[in-house]
Design a protein around this ligand. Structure first.
Ligand SMILES: Cc1cc2nc3c(=O)[nH]c(=O)nc-3n(C[C@H](O)[C@H](O)[C@H](O)COP(=O)(O)OP(=O)(O)OC[C@H]3O[C@@H](n4cnc5c(N)ncnc54)[C@H](O)[C@@H]3O)c2cc1C
Length: 384
């Protein structure tokens, strides 16, 4: 099929090996456990260790800090393979592609040596807490406060929708350290959550999809974190740091979205060839063939767009508008394709045990997190 003929221009032999390794790992350690992970609303803690042992965590972090020494291309291969098996529960994107990169980009030498090796081995799991009950898109309204007291910050506030909320050991908190207007009073502070007094994990959130993703409320009550855990050499840099790292977060979402669209097409094509109706299979109906042809086109276009963005990102040439465009466009395609492909399954498409149903439900939030698609369009429009 056309999707099999497409070869990403950035693909190399080494990345092909990584693809095979990831595929084998997921087939053994993730796919057989997907239903259990969904029921318990998280992957097993041990799964992180196994992923670390397989070399799949922090693959684009320098080797001197325990990472794989790869690039965003390596992260992309893992994200693609994960989406192709229909998984959206293992938040490696948050852990490896986002949190580890904040530490790598803005952490001191000591901070990097303290947290990155453990994150690469899976001993430590990373999360980032930006969103609060009263603010999501408008990050400048963050209320969580960090007040200096000697060598500590005393942090108070609450966060919601935090991915890896249950497992997280290394938590980057967006907090207000000053009263300057807008984003100027914001800082990023790393909390080591083990036995941390004042750190409370709240509700495990019941979602309409991504059931095996560990999404939780977190709250901080006079929680003391050393001032040495500030990311950056002074307070007030948080907003700028977020703006620098968010494009990579948006691109990894786009990469997964394009691969998820491909997964939907593959599932629906196989089903259409197999399911019989009116004396033939579903593929004999012109409507099925046309819908699948359209979906292959959409999936291939999304993959081509992300291929181009990956190459530009690795070359340091992808700006915020480009990453935002890829994020909103590919996640829209992912949702459109999942919907059309689910229809081909008829009633079975609505049954939770069918992978197409899980993909459909899990796809919806891709248009919301990582910056909503409306905010993405704003960022694109500002560049026009
Ligand atoms: C499953 C899941 C996982 C998540 N993981 C994390 C995580 O790990 N860490 C984290 O910090 N957050 C996380 N989030 C939060 C997510 O990033 C926010 O939900 C998102 O940024 C939107 O914020 P909000 O929900 O407060 O919506 P709001 O900001 O209140 O937006 C509501 C609606 O208004 C629209 N809107 C707002 N402002 C504008 C504007 N200027 N122009 C046009 N439309 C606008 C939005 O697009 C949206 O449609 C997660 C969310 C979910 C659901």
């Amino acid at each position: 099929m056309l999707l099999d003929d497409h070869r990403s221009p950035w693909m190399t032999e080494e990345l092909e090996d990584l693809r095979k390794l990831t595929r084998t790992f997921l087939a053994k350690e993730l796919v057989p456990h997907q239903e259990r992970f969904a029921e318990q609303h998280m992957v097993d803690r041990d799964f992180w260790r196994k992923a670390g042992d397989a070399g799949l965590l922090c693959i684009s972090i320098p080797q001197e800090y325990g990472g794989g020494g790869g690039t965003f291309e390596h992260e992309s291969v893992i994200a693609i393979e994960q989406a192709l098996v229909g998984d959206d529960g293992w938040a490696n994107g948050v852990h490896s592609t986002i949190v580890a990169h904040y530490i790598n980009a803005f952490g001191s030498e000591e901070q990097k040596r303290r947290w990155l090796p453990g994150m690469a081995s899976g001993e430590l799991v990373g999360a980032i807490a930006m969103t609060e009950p009263t603010t999501g898109s408008d990050l400048q309204r963050v209320r969580t406060r960090a007040v200096r007291d000697g060598d500590d910050y005393v942090i108070s506030g609450s966060k919601t929708f935090i991915s890896n909320g249950t497992h997280c050991d290394v938590l980057i908190i967006v907090a207000r350290t000053g009263d300057e207007a807008g984003g100027k009073g914001l800082s990023l502070i790393v909390a080591e959550t083990a036995d941390l007094s004042g750190f409370e994990r709240g509700r495990v959130l019941q979602k309409i999809g991504q059931h095996s993703q560990d999404t939780r409320e977190l709250s901080f009550v006079d929680m003391r974190v050393p001032t040495a855990n500030l990311l950056g050499d002074r307070e007030g840099l948080g907003f700028v740091q977020l703006m620098q790292q968010l494009p990579q977060e948006r691109l990894i979402i786009a990469v997964g979205a394009a691969a998820s669209a491909e997964a939907s097409v593959r599932l629906a094509t196989a089903y259409a060839k197999d399911r019989e109706a009116f004396g033939d299979n579903l593929m004999s109906f012109q409507n099925t063939r046309f819908v699948l042809a359209e979906c292959v086109g959409d999936a291939l276009a999304a993959r081509t767009l992300v291929d181009s963005c990956i190459t530009r990102h690795v070359a340091g040439e992808l700006d915020a508008a480009g990453a935002s465009l890829a994020k909103f466009w590919c996640t829209d395609v992912q949702n459109k394709v999942a919907d059309k492909c689910l229809q081909i399954f008829g009633g079975y498409g609505f049954m939770a045990e069918y992978p197409i149903a899980r993909i459909f439900a899990g796809a919806r939030v891709q248009k919301i997190y990582g910056g909503t698609n409306e905010i993405m369009k704003e960022l694109v429009a500002r560049s026009l």
